[in-house]
Design a protein around this ligand. Structure first.
Ligand code: ADP
Ligand code: MG
Length: 696
C-alpha cells in the first residue's frame, strides 16, 4: 500500500461521510484519485482590472475599490442590495438578490475590498451580481493566482464540498504528498522534451503560479497520459505478433484468374495499395490485424474479396461478417456471381437461415468444402465450426465490440485467422490511433473514377412542394429516390407514425409511382422483399428508417432525402448520403428540417452541405461530440482520459505515439535501466486497474 492508495476518508477534513459521498459522486476513493481530479478550468486572479476597463464581455474579473454607498431597493421578489464600488478610474455596481441581510452586515463604508465576479450589463450600467467580496489586505497584492475550478455535484455542494472545498483538500494533500510524487517518465525523455517534472506538474495543475506554468503542467500531464496509452497499445501489438503466428498466404492463380478475366473494372490506386498492404501482412508469418478505412463507396468489398481469394486459393476458408442481414445478403449477392465463375463455394448464414440449411452448412464448413461464409452475428455461434478459417473480414467494425472480434479469432485451435476489419465511418486519425492503436491501419483515400460529388442542400419543411417537384423530375429521368425518417428508440412509436404519414403523403403526391417502405419493425423477410423490389427498380421511391443506413447499394438511386435531418448525427448523415452517388448520374442529398434547429444541429447540416469528405466530417463530429460519444459506451472506457483531449491534442498524440514506438523498438521488454520509470508505472497502473475491477 503506497501513500496514494490511502483511503480518502483519512484525509484531514474528509471523514467517513464525506468520503462516501466522494466515492459515489466523483468516484474518488483514495489519495491518488483525488490528486488526479484535475481542475477543469481556472479563474484568473493574477491581476486587478481597472473599473473603467470592465465590461460585460469579460469573464470573471477581479477588481479592487472602496465602498462608496449601499442600500436595499425594491420589495418582494425584486428586493435587492446595491452597492457602489469605486477606484481611481470609475465606479461599478455590485448587486445581491439573496442573503441580503448577511452581506449587509459585512459591508462598511470607506473600506477597500477585493471583489471577484462576472460583469454583466444592466441597461446602460455594468454591474456584478453576487460577487465574492473580501476586505482588501496586502496578501491580495503580489503575484496573484489562477484559482482552480473543480467538477463537483449538487449533492456535494449541499454537503460543503464545492469547488473551493475540494481545492482546499487538494492543497492539503499536495502538502502531505511532498517528496512522495515519483517521476513516471524516463528522465532522459523529460530532459529531451524539456518537460516539467511530475511533482512540479501535479502542483501547478492544481495551483498554477501563472499561466505559463499551467501550460507546462498541462503539456507534461497530457503527454504522459497519451504516451502510456500508446505504450500499452503498442506492447499489446508486439505481444500479439510474438504470440500469434499467422498462416502464410501468397498470391495464387485464383487471384490472377479473377483479376484478368472477371474483375469488371480497373481497381483504383488506393485499392491496389491497400491490397498490397494486406497481402504483405498475410505472408509475413504473423497474424494480421488490420483496420481498413474507406469512405462510403470507396470499394472495400472488392478489396476484401481479392484478399479472400488468396486464402481460398490455398485451400483455407474465409468468413465475411456484416452487422445487418440486409448488408450480409447484399455482400452475398454481390460476391456469389464471382465465386460461381471461379468455381468457389459461398454460402450465407443469418438469424433467418432455416434449420435444415444450417445443418448442411455446418457440415460443409467442418468438412472444408464451403470456402466462403458470409453472414451476421450468427457466425459467432458456437456451432459454427470451420475446418481451417484463414481470414475473417468484419465489415462496419464499429458495430462490433472487441470481444466479438476476439471470438472470431478463436474459431481455430491451432492457428489464428488473419483479421481484417473494415469501416466506412471514417474515424479521425487521433481516435483510430487510440482505439485501434494495436491494429495496423490501411486507408482507401480515393473514390472510383467517374463518381460525381453529391450535391447537398438544406431545405425547410415548408418548401416540401418544391422538393416533391424535384423528386418527380428525377423519377421521370429514370432515377430512384430514398426518403429516410429518423428512428430513435425512445419514441419508436412516434417515429413509426411519422414514417407512415410520410408514406401516405408520398403516395398521395405520386399516385402512379410505386413506393416501397422498409422499417425495423417489419419481419426481415418482408423487409428483404421490399428492398429487393427497390433494388430491381420495380419501386421508384424507398421510404425507410435508418435500417438502410449501412452499405445498401443501388447505383440507380440518385436522390437521398433525409427528414428531420437535424435529429441525425453527422456520422449517420454521412452514411445515409453515401447510399446515393454510387452510379454514373449526378446525385443529390436533401436535408429537410424545421425552421427551428439547435445551433449544433445547424453546424451539422452546414458541415454536410459544405463537404463530402468523410474525414473532414469525422473531425467536426469529434469536436462537437467528444470522443466518448462517437464510439458509443462500448468502447468509451478506452477514451476516459483524465486530461488529454483527442479532439484537441491530435499532434501531441501523434508525437507521443512516435516516442513510444521508438522506445519499444529499442527496448521491447522495457529492460533498460533508463526505462525503469516506465516499468514501475505500468506495474502501478496494472495494480490499480486490478483494484478497480474488484470495486466495480
Ligand atoms: P464500400 O466501400 O462503401 O463498401 P462498395 O464496396 O460497396 O463500397 O463499392 C461501391 C460500389 O463501387 C460497388 O458497386 C462496387 O462494385 C463499385 N466499385 C468498387 N471499386 C470500383 C472501382 N475500382 N471502379 C469502379 N467501381 C468500383
Ligand atoms: Mg460496404
Amino acid at each position: 500500500m503506497g501513500f496514494f492508495d490511502t483511503s480518502i476518508e483519512y484525509l484531514k477534513g474528509v471523514g467517513p461521510q464525506k468520503s462516501a459521498l466522494l466515492n459515489k459522486e466523483l468516484q474518488i476513493f483514495n489519495y491518488g484519485d483525488l490528486i488526479q481530479h484535475y481542475p477543469f478550468r481556472y479563474e484568473d486572479r493574477t491581476r486587478f482590472y481597472e473599473i473603467q476597463a470592465v465590461d460585460h464581455t469579460l469573464p470573471n474579473v477581479q477588481i479592487k475599490g472602496t465602498l462608496q454607498s449601499f442600500e436595499t431597493i425594491g420589495g418582494g421578489s425584486k428586493k435587492r442590495l446595491v452597492a457602489q464600488l469605486r477606484d481611481a478610474t470609475g465606479t461599478i455596481e455590485l448587486v445581491w438578490f439573496k442573503g441580503i441581510k448577511w452581506v449587509q452586515k459585512k459591508l462598511q463604508h470607506g473600506v477597500t475590498y477585493a471583489v471577484f465576479g462576472k460583469p454583466s450589463r444592466y441597461g446602460k450600467r455594468i454591474n456584478i451580481v453576487h460577487p465574492e467580496l473580501e476586505v482588501f489586505t496586502p496578501s491580495h497584492e503580489g503575484p496573484g493566482f489562477l484559482q482552480p475550478i473543480y467538477h463537483t455535484s449538487e449533492i456535494l455542494k449541499s454537503r460543503f464540498l464545492d469547488s473551493k472545498a475540494i481545492s482546499k483538500l487538494q492543497k492539503q494533500l499536495l502538502i502531505a504528498a511532498q517528496g512522495r510524487i515519483i517521476e513516471t517518465l524516463p528522465v532522459g525523455l523529460i530532459s529531451e522534451l524539456n518537460l516539467m517534472s511530475k511533482a512540479e506538474a501535479m502542483w501547478h495543475i492544481h495551483f498554477p503560479q501563472d499561466s505559463g506554468k499551467l501550460k507546462e503542467a498541462r503539456l507534461r500531464l497530457k503527454f504522459e497520459e497519451l504516451f502510456y496509452i500508446q505504450i500499452r497499445l503498442l506492447k499489446l501489438k508486439l505481444a500479439r505478433i510474438k504470440k500469434f503466428k499467422g498462416k502464410i498466404f501468397k498470391e495464387t492463380g485464383l487471384i490472377k484468374e479473377f483479376y484478368h478475366h472477371h474483375l469488371p473494372f480497373e481497381l483504383t490506386n488506393a485499392q491496389k495499395k491497400v491490397i498490397r498492404e494486406i497481402y504483405s501482412d498475410m505472408k509475413s508469418g504473423n497474424q494480421m490485424n488490420r483496420l481498413l478505412q474507406g469512405d462510403v463507396g470507396s470499394g472495400k468489398t472488392i478489396v476484401a474479396f481479392i484478399c479472400i481469394l488468396a486464402v481460398v486459393g490455398a485451400n483455407a476458408q474465409s468468413a465475411l461478417m456484416a452487422p445487418t442481414e440486409i448488408l450480409a445478403e447484399q455482400h452475398y449477392r454481390g460476391l456469389k456471381p464471382y465465386a460461381d465463375k471461379l468455381g468457389i463455394k459461398i454460402s450465407i448464414l443469418t438469424g433467418s437461415t432455416k434449420k435444415s440449411a444450417r445443418n448442411t452448412l455446418h457440415a460443409d464448413l467442418l468438412e472444408g468444402s464451403l470456402q466462403i461464409l458470409v453472414g451476421t452475428h450468427a457466425l459467432l455461434e458456437d456451432e459454427v465450426q470451420f475446418k481451417n478459417l484463414g481470414l475473417a473480414v468484419i465489415d462496419e467494425q464499429h458495430r462490433f465490440g472487441v470481444a466479438q472480434r476476439a471470438k472470431l479469432w478463436s474459431k481455430n485451435n491451432d492457428f489464428f485467422p488473419h483479421v481484417l476489419v473494415m469501416t466506412a465511418t471514417p474515424i479521425p486519425r487521433t481516435l483510430a490511433m487510440t482505439l485501434y492503436g494495436d491494429l495496423d491501419v490501411s486507408v482507401i483515400d480515393e473514390l472510383p473514377p467517374g463518381r460525381k460529388q453529391i450535391e447537398t442542400v438544406h431545405r425547410y419543411d415548408q418548401n416540401r412542394l418544391k422538393v416533391f417537384g424535384f423528386i418527380k423530375q428525377q423519377i421521370t429521368a429514370g432515377r430512384q429516390v430514398y426518403i429516410v425518417y429518423p428512428l430513435i428508440e425512445e419514441s419508436a412509436k412516434m417515429d413509426l407514425k411519422h414514417l407512415e404519414d410520410g408514406y401516405e403523403s408520398i403516395h398521395r403526391a405520386f399516385p402512379n409511382i410505386p413506393v416501397s417502405i422498409v422499417h425495423g419493425r417489419m419481419k426481415s423477410r418482408d423487409k428483404d422483399f421490399e428492398m429487393q423490389r427497390f433494388v430491381k427498380g420495380e419501386t421508384k421511391i424507398m421510404v425507410a428508417t435508418t435500417v438502410i443506413e449501412v452499405g445498401v447499394d443501388v447505383p440507380n438511386a440518385s436522390v437521398m432525402i433525409i427528414e428531420n435531418s437535424e435529429r441525425f448525427g453527422l456520422a449517420q448523415l454521412h452514411q445515409l448520403r453515401g447510399r446515393v452517388g454510387r452510379g454514373v448520374d449526378q446525385s443529390y442529398c436533401i436535408l429537410m428540417t424545421d425552421v427551428k434547429i439547435s445551433k449544433e444541429g445547424r453546424t451539422r447540416i452546414q458541415t454536410m452541405v459544405r463537404t463530402n469528405n468523410g474525414f473532414e466530417i469525422a473531425d467536426v463530429d469529434l469536436k462537437l461530440r467528444g470522443p466518448g460519444d462517437i464510439m458509443g459506451t462500448q468502447q468509451s472506457g478506452v477514451l476516459d482520459l483524465l486530461i488529454a483531449d483527442l479532439a484537441q491534442d491530435g499532434k501531441l498524440l501523434q508525437f507521443a505515439r512516435e516516442k513510444a514506438k521508438k522506445l519499444l523498438e529499442a527496448d521491447p521488454d522495457l529492460r533498460f535501466p533508463e526505462n525503469i520509470n516506465i516499468q514501475r508505472q505500468i506495474a502501478q497502473q496494472h495494480k490499480s486497474s486490478l483494484n478497480w475491477s474488484r470495486i466495480s
